[in-house]
Design a protein around this ligand. Sequence first.
Ligand SMILES: NC(=O)c1ccc[n+]([C@@H]2O[C@H](COP(=O)([O-])OP(=O)(O)OC[C@H]3O[C@@H](n4cnc5c(N)ncnc54)[C@H](OP(=O)(O)O)[C@@H]3O)[C@@H](O)[C@H]2O)c1
Length: 248
Amino acid sequence: MAAPEKAVLILGGASDIGRAIALALAQSQWTIRLAGRSVPDLQREADDISAYSGSLVTVHSFDVLDTASFIAFVDALPDLPDVVISAVGLLGEQHRAEIDLDQAKEVIRSNYEGPALILSVFAERFLRRGYGSIVGISSVAGDRGRGSNYFYGSAKAGFSAFLSGLRNRLAVNGAIQVMTVKPGFVRTKMTEHMKLPPLITASPEEVGEAVLSALNRRKDVIYARSIWFFVMLIIRLMPERIFKRLRL
Ligand SMILES: NC(=O)c1ccc[n+]([C@@H]2O[C@H](COP(=O)([O-])OP(=O)(O)OC[C@H]3O[C@@H](n4cnc5c(N)ncnc54)[C@H](OP(=O)(O)O)[C@@H]3O)[C@@H](O)[C@H]2O)c1
């Protein structure tokens, strides 16, 4: 007998990483629900994925800054998905954020407050139902604050700590998986202006495959390329007196 079809909701569904995850899951015959700010963009993507995979793909309007709408957003979905993934993120402009509190606030809210609160709503619904998986795309930038992106990095640190705490709380239950994804460098719209080292830079498709495989193995924390575990180990262990002198 064929396995029952599963549904995934991808918040930030028009992101390059979100799209790659959607494609990987659609090829395994999942129903895909894409949520984001631009419904026309999502619809174009949905049509592509559906034509390519034959999976059902639906689109839903969602703004991670509009926290007041979160309960109504979840209530209006066609069903409670098996898996929810937050691929929402905003790198923002570090230099601007240093002098513009509104920019700093948008980066902090887009990467921490919004994703944590919406996943909180799903955690309670999954608990009530008895199963579900929650996936947050966080970042190695949250593992240690750096001068070049500490508004983004500190928000991702908060998001990683939120996911860790939620996982810790739900571990006794065992039926709800909470996974943190720290992709490392990925070639996407977010990083197109950066020169990235090829050895530690993944494609969005690699992240998509890594998420699918880690979901099946019920992993807790993953990097897209395992070399990042060792890179971040060194960065985390570096004494502050040396670290603060590096221009990172
Ligand atoms: N690329 C990397 O090297 C890298 C590394 C580590 C982690 N990440 C994380 O991976 C995730 C996906 O990023 P990406 O690299 O694929 O970049 P991306 O294509 O720029 O995706 C960012 C997504 O966040 C969405 N978003 C931003 N603000 C939003 C809001 N207020 N409401 C709803 N959606 C909003 C964007 O929506 P619009 O399409 O409407 O703009 C976009 O879909 C992010 O969480 C990012 O922080 C990326």
